[in-house]
Design a protein around this ligand. Structure first.
Ligand SMILES: [Zn+2]
Ligand SMILES: [Zn+2]
Length: 142
């Protein structure tokens, strides 16, 4: 069965398979634009986002997207300041610095562990709540 959609960029009908809602022509054009922007940044490391967008006639939004996808890297002296979303450290690309990325991965593992521990604690609590002779004795004493 075919899955006909409208391209989100040019509006043309195309056979959608997966990923972004883009037709093959637009996908190719965006990829070509990416190579152009990448080359431009390498040749002009001091350019800001606005200048890159203007000189490459590429929307700044698209450039930012590439940064988040870790496809574009910026050097120390670039005016484009990308900071870690978690700690604010200066990074070359993406959303998080290497340190926070590792922390996030650990935190995810911890969450799983915590959930398992919470479940075990819950179970133990339920068992403790079961009426037993010892708790009855304690009640009488107070
Ligand atoms: Zn298109
Ligand atoms: Zn960080």
């Amino acid at each position: 069965m075919s899955n006909i959609r409208n391209c989100s960029r040019c509006g043309k009908m195309f056979n959608y398979i997966a990923g972004e809602m883009l037709c093959d022509v637009c996908k190719k054009e965006i990829e070509e634009k990416f190579q152009e922007v990448k080359k431009y940044i390498q040749e002009n490391p001091g350019s800001g986002l606005k200048q890159i967008a203007e000189d490459c006639s590429c929307p700044a939004k698209q450039i930012k997207k590439w940064i988040l996808e870790e496809r574009l890297m910026f050097t120390e002296n670039s005016p484009i300041q990308i900071t870690c979303e978690n700690c604010g450290a200066r990074i070359a690309t993406g959303r998080l610095c290497a340190k926070c990325k590792a922390t996030v991965t650990n935190a995810l593992n911890d969450t799983v562990k915590q959930r398992q521990q919470a479940l075990a604690a819950e179970l133990a609590k339920k068992q403790a709540q079961q009426p037993s002779s010892t708790s009855g004795m304690k009640f009488l004493k107070t």
